[in-house]
Design a protein around this ligand. Structure first.
Ligand code: FAD
Length: 334
């Protein structure tokens, strides 16, 4: 992994995308912020903290629909031996970002366009002009058909889960259901076998598994339930799953393995390159393929974890600062 040195130079080799461009080749009118950060999850707020500490002006516009606030307690985020509630981590990061001068606005960014040397954004919290844009918009998990309030209560209670890497440890030895009878769901079930010998994969729609995959599941000791789930009951301590044929299965916890959607519309409209699974493609410094646009967090290719969101955002903030210094002639010349 390469980096930026204090002189703003790339210290690694050729990059995945945007190779050779400064990223922020824009000059500013006086009223333009240094960076518009779209999204105030762990990625957006980490970038805001770093940029503030570089004496850069950053405006964070956040619709507050992020995945961090859904986490009841994270036990794998380093530095919190007793675990940390998602909402508490978010609140602390907001305080820290404000301490270093970031402006945090509640609202949605609906449009970003390049306007000469700057970007202009339409948001539900007022217009923003900025020299650079960081897309920290995250992803949205595809949900089972459960009414929103019941869904959120089930997630808060740990009955419904989305991330085995995050929280399977706490499910060791329990009855685990995985919703999604396709290769993605089966791969998740295989991962979960490390934690329990009682894992069942359930269908939401018609199964999409070939014979070879079924045989692998059988060899791994994973049960497959072919009859689709028709309703979910999170009212008890465990989870009741009623199938189309009227039977009810019970598990201690249910992982939804239904995939996710990247919030990439603003970047797509700006012309940024997207990967096959629709994440933003960036170089090693989080620059997108459009100069002046950067991306971090779940919205870029990689592991969807808080620590990775923070890491990519830290890299993005350093690149933004150094690219702006270069654009302003504030680096040591060769
Ligand atoms: C139930 C659950 C449990 C998890 N547990 C863990 C765990 O224990 N450990 C771990 O490391 N990870 C965990 N994760 C994953 C973790 O939450 C994410 O990796 C992390 O939140 C990603 O941060 P982010 O900033 O990229 O995105 P998010 O936290 O999703 O934040 C993105 C923000 O951008 C905003 N946004 C998007 N588009 C716009 C727009 N146009 N205008 C304004 N705002 C916009 C959204 O509203 C949101 O607030 C869990 C996820 C879930 C769902």
């Amino acid at each position: 992994m390469g980096g930026n040195d204090v002189n703003g130079n790339d210290v690694d080799g050729p990059e995945k995308a945007g190779a050779g461009q400064s990223g922020a080749d824009v000059r500013t009118g006086d009223d333009a912020a240094d960076c518009l950060i779209v999204g105030g999850g762990p990625a957006g707020l980490t970038a805001a903290i770093y940029l503030g500490r570089f004496h850069r002006s950053a405006i964070v516009v956040d619709a507050d629909e992020g995945r961090l606030s859904l986490i009841p307690t994270s036990h794998n985020h380093p530095g919190y031996p007793g675990g940390v509630h998602g909402c508490d981590l978010l609140a602390d990061m907001r305080v820290q970002a404000r301490r270093y001068g970031a402006e945090l606005r509640s609202g949605e960014v609906t449009k970003v366009i390049r306007d000469g040397d700057v970007f202009t954004a339409e948001t539900t919290a007022g217009a923003v002009r900025a020299r650079t844009v960081l897309l920290a918009t995250g992803v949205v998990n595809l949900r089972p058909p459960v009414e929103p309030r019941a869904h959120d209560a089930a997630v808060a209670a740990g009955q419904l889960r989305y991330c085995p890497i995050c929280d399977a440890f706490e499910q060791t030895g329990r009855r685990i259901g995985v919703l999604g009878l396709d290769r993605h769901g089966l791969a998740e079930a295989m991962f979960l076998r490390t934690y329990s010998d009682d894992v069942v994969v359930l269908a939401l729609a018609a199964p999409d598994l070939d014979d070879d995959a079924r045989e692998q599941a059988r060899s791994a000791g994973i049960a497959i339930e072919e009859v689709p789930v028709s309703s979910f009951d999170f009212d008890a301590d465990d989870v009741g799953l009623t199938l189309d044929d009227g039977r009810t299965l019970r598990v201690d916890t249910l992982y939804a393995a239904l995939g996710s959607r990247t919030r990439n519309d603003l970047g797509e409209a700006l012309g940024t390159e997207l990967s096959g699974n629709q994440c933003f493609v960036t170089d090693a410094h989080q620059r997108c393929s459009v100069p002046g646009v950067y991306a971090a967090g779940d919205a870029v290719e990689g592991l969807d974890q808080i620590s990775c969101a923070m890491g990519t955002a830290a890299r993005a903030a350093v690149a933004i600062h150094n690219d702006l210094r270069k654009a302003d002639g504030e680096v040591l010349q060769d």
